[in-house]
Design a protein around this ligand. Structure first.
Ligand code: NAD
Length: 441
């Protein structure tokens, strides 16, 4: 199949490269010429494990090309995927569809008569209907618009795309179903479940999936708070409930709350859709509130660990990206946490294995350390914010030797209290019994 991918960000680039790897001919379009120039020169715009190799090999085979010229890509395509951003609209949290509709108007003049337009971007229910209308307004007579939401996770995006738990296709006509089945054929051969639904159902399925995962995270975070009050261990509670197949073990890690480019905006957008439909979604609304409070609670935890006043304290921060294995800083929990530490008078020295370049655009007035030990050096407290693998095997004796305050606040429960204490550190995890300061007080 010949595919045009409009938007060459995290989703468009990974999807485009993987489709090319399936044997399709893919042209990835982006209006950001520096991104396209970089890709044509072999420079990846994002840090994603395995991406560079798959882009390189498919470029060499001539199956994957990059351009800023949308008409040339669309003219050739049997399927035109839209993978542009759908950020939260300022003020009301509704999904901002400006980029999507702009792309639709741009492609309308060049699309082939039998081609299918597919939304891969996460879009609210009814967006496919609006796209159909726009295409008709622009004089496109035979339109086929399908929804194919993407469920990949940054940091494991290639594996997720190639071995998905399921593929969801929302299509109202045979032609669209046929084209999408053909595109995903290599995955059906691998027995990936495909769910063909109505278009509106597919659009909603994506939001429901993200909202449910957000609920799971906020749920375990509240249970973690309870564990601290009653001297129980949330890691064991999570394991105890996660082994139940009806619950499952994933997304039950207590921590500083969810972030990233999807959950925060998608939960808000779901609430907006519900509002417009006149249907209250109390669980998701509360989840958002719980998550918003979470960051402030984490800052308070650091403050308590150093005796209550952050003024003049030096805080080492490990991990800034919103999760490990990505350089994506969008809505990272580190942002409100670090900013609040600075506002309360602390000096922050932060280290992230790959997100420094992105983080430098976000944070002002903090120091960037070159490794974990440098972040700890001379600090009153060391805080683990993102659980990069390299933070799992730190030499705690070395950390303790250079950490002035000998306090480790582990917001990801990477370490056991006993191993931290053996190294001479005072340890605060999340939801693992009563924190010592509280217990003593
Ligand atoms: P992104 O911001 O990384 O990439 C979007 C790209 O689209 C940008 O490079 C931008 O320049 C380009 N663009 C915008 N308008 C354009 C136009 N008219 N023509 C050509 N290019 C255009 O976004 P992303 O993280 O890849 O997310 C894209 C969509 O996928 C969003 O709806 C998101 O919710 C959804 N999604 C994201 C993830 C994820 O993990 N990032 C996972 C699943 C779904």
């Amino acid at each position: 199949m010949r595919i045009a991918m409009i938007g060459t960000g995290y989703v468009g680039l990974v999807s485009g490269a993987c489709f090319a790897d399936f044997g399709h001919r893919v042209c990835c379009v982006d209006k950001d010429s520096s991104k396209i120039d970089g890709l044509n020169a072999g420079v990846m715009p994002i840090w994603e494990p395995g991406l560079e190799a798959i882009v390189k090999s498919n470029k060499e085979r001539g199956r994957l090309t990059f351009t800023t010229d949308l008409p040339s890509a669309v003219k050739e395509a049997e399927a035109v995927f839209i993978a542009v951003g759908t950020p939260a609209r300022r003020g009301d949290g509704h999904a901002d569809l400006t980029f999507v509709f702009e792309a639709v108007r741009e492609l309308a003049s060049f699309i082939q008569p039998d081609a299918v337009v597919v939304t891969k971007s996460t879009v609210p229910v009814g967006t496919g209907d609006k796209i159909e209308l726009i295409l008709r307004e622009e004089g496109v007579e035979r339109v086929s618009v399908a929804s194919n939401p993407e469920f990949l996770r940054e940091g494991a995006a290639i594996a997720d795309f190639k071995h998905p738990d399921r593929i969801v296709v929302g299509a109202e006509d045979e032609r669209a179903q046929e084209v999408l089945r053909e595109i995903y054929r290599p995955l059906f051969l691998n027995r990936a479940p495909i769910l063909i639904t109505g278009r509106r159902t597919a659009e909603l399925t994506k939001y429901a999936a993200n909202a449910f995962l957000a609920v799971k995270i906020s749920f375990i975070n509240e249970i973690a708070n309870l564990c601290e009050a009653v001297d129980a261990d949330v890691q064991d509670v999570a394991r105890g409930i996660g082994l139940d197949n009806r619950i499952g073990p994933k997304f039950l890690h207590a921590g500083p709350g969810y972030g990233g480019s999807c959950f925060p905006k998608d939960t808000l957008a779901l609430l907006q859709t519900a509002d417009l439909a006149g249907v209250d979604q109390r669980i998701v609304r509360t989840t958002v509130e719980v998550n918003d409070d979470r960051k402030a609670q984490m800052v308070e935890r650091v403050a308590r660990a150093v005796g209550g006043d952050l003024g003049g304290k030096r805080v080492g921060v490990l991990g800034l990206a919103f999760k490990p294995n990505t350089d994506d800083m969008r809505e990272a929990p580190s942002i409100p946490i670090v900013n609040a530490l600075v506002e309360r008078g602390a000096t922050v020295a932060a280290f992230d294995p790959v997100a420094r370049e992105q983080a430098e655009k976000v944070f002002h007035g903090i120091e960037f350390a070159n490794d974990a030990y440098a972040a700890a050096d001379g600090a009153d407290v060391l805080v683990i914010v993102t659980e990069w693998d390299e933070f799992r095997a730190l030499d705690l004796d070395r950390i303790a030797a250079s950490l002035r305050g000998k306090i480790l606040v582990d917001l990801r429960n990477v370490y056991d209290r006993s191993e931290a204490e053996e190294a001479g550190l005072t340890y605060y995890g999340v939801g693992r019994g009563r924190p010592q300061a509280q217990a003593a007080g």
